[in-house]
Design a protein around this ligand. Structure first.
Ligand SMILES: NC(=O)C1=CN([C@@H]2O[C@H](COP(=O)(O)OP(=O)(O)OC[C@H]3O[C@@H](n4cnc5c(N)ncnc54)[C@H](OP(=O)(O)O)[C@@H]3O)[C@@H](O)[C@H]2O)C=CC1
Ligand SMILES: Nc1nc(=O)c2c([nH]1)NC[C@@H]1CN(c3ccc(C(=O)N[C@@H](CCC(=O)O)C(=O)O)cc3)C=[N+]21
Length: 304
């Protein structure tokens, strides 16, 4: 078990994940498969540009080929869908990520639904969303999967724990709740219409904050001894400086917790590491499915 206020080092755990992925990439390459990830960025949101650059850099470090597609903010939905169709048809591309948010005139759901579920390394296609909820082994959203890895490394078995997820977005809150349920937690999901959210959160053994409100979760929300995962990434100006802060008021909450993730250096690096892992899983599965029945030794990796 952990000592009070232990820092959960997402950078260190993500380095472990990336080391595992590097070995898996090498194994795939030995079988003649070069895992490739296509990242599609529409428009010129500066934060999205930073994220995409980090993803491309990380891919290079683990040996994954990355392809970057940039479309102008005025691109039509038809243009984005045409690019997705082209990437779906390209057997040399194993993973497709369309960076969110998309410009307002493009319907996100129809773009996400156009991605081949086998290449959907974000796990946002309804086929993968449904599979997660049914407990099938599908591509799983990177941020919640990264949070689960941190929780398992910290607590081991999560069975019977009361987990409170704050936020119910499709990309974080809902898949996080599904993964915690699959791990046999008792799960409560809080959102902007919840009554007495603070009192409910105070009952939690595990708190996952994915709200997008700087430092909203303070000591009043936390039961002593809880484990706290802060997904929030908020850029604020403070004391004349630009700062990156989470949804948790780290200074007041840390002393109460058994363990807590920092921002930055917590969930963020895990998201990118899990994206690389999903890309390798997708490449491996596509390789196995394309191999003729005779070469069933095409099991490049224990995970598939
Ligand atoms: N570290 C990482 O890798 C990632 C970090 N993020 C960060 O995580 C945060 C959440 O992202 P995302 O899920 O996309 O955000 P969304 O804005 O899509 O969702 C926010 C959720 O928080 C709920 N909420 C808002 N205000 C309150 C409140 N006062 N009390 C309770 N619930 C509230 C909303 O409720 P309702 O549904 O009722 O509106 C909604 O469900 C952001 O800071 C984002 O930057 C996101 C993705 C990856
Ligand atoms: N299709 C899609 N998939 C996503 O996974 C996706 C997305 N769209 N849109 C935006 C959000 C946000 N997101 C982050 C990834 C890494 C960090 C990260 O590495 N954060 C660093 C700090 C980075 C910095 O300094 O800005 C950290 O927390 O240590 C943060 C946030 C992925 N998202």
């Amino acid at each position: 078990m952990s000592t009070p206020g232990q820092l959960i080092d997402g950078k260190a755990v993500s380095a472990q994940v990336l080391a595992e992925v590097t070995a898996d990439v090498a194994a795939l390459k030995a079988q003649g498969v070069e895992p490739a990830l296509a990242v599609v960025l529409v428009g010129d949101d500066p934060a999205s540009h930073v994220y995409v650059r980090n993803k491309v850099l990380r891919a290079g470090e683990v040996g994954i080929r990355s392809l970057e597609y940039r479309l102008p903010a005025e691109a039509s939905a038809a243009e984005v869908l045409a690019l997705v169709a082209e990437l779906n048809a390209d057997a040399g591309v194993h993973g497709i990520l369309v960076q969110l948010p998309l410009p307002k005139h493009i319907d996100e759901t129809s773009v996400l639904q156009a991605i081949d579920p086998a290449k959907d390394v974000d796990g946002f296609h309804s086929e993968n969303v449904g599979g997660l909820s049914q407990g099938r082994p599908v591509l799983t959203p990177c941020t919640p999967a990264g949070c689960m890895r941190l929780l398992r490394d910290t607590l081991g078995d999560l069975s019977g724990k009361h987990a409170v997820v704050i936020g119910r977005s499709n990309i974080v809150g809902k898949p996080m709740a599904a993964l915690l349920l699959a791990a046999d937690c008792t799960v409560t999901v809080l959102h902007s219409r919840s009554k007495n959210p603070q009192a409910l959160c105070r009952k939690a053994d595990i708190v996952v904050a994915a709200v997008g409100r700087p430092r909203m979760i303070n000591a009043e929300w936390i039961k002593p001894g809880a484990v706290v995962i802060d997904v929030g990434i908020n850029r604020i100006e403070e004391d004349g400086k630009n700062r990156l802060v989470g949804d948790v008021d780290f200074a007041s909450v840390q002393p109460l917790t058994a363990a807590i993730t920092p921002v930055p250096g917590g969930v963020g690096p895990m998201t990118i590491a899990l994206l690389m892992q999903n890309t390798v899983t997708a490449a491996c599965q596509q390789h196995i499915n394309s191999a003729p029945a005779a070469s069933e030794e095409a099991t490049c990796r224990s995970a598939c």
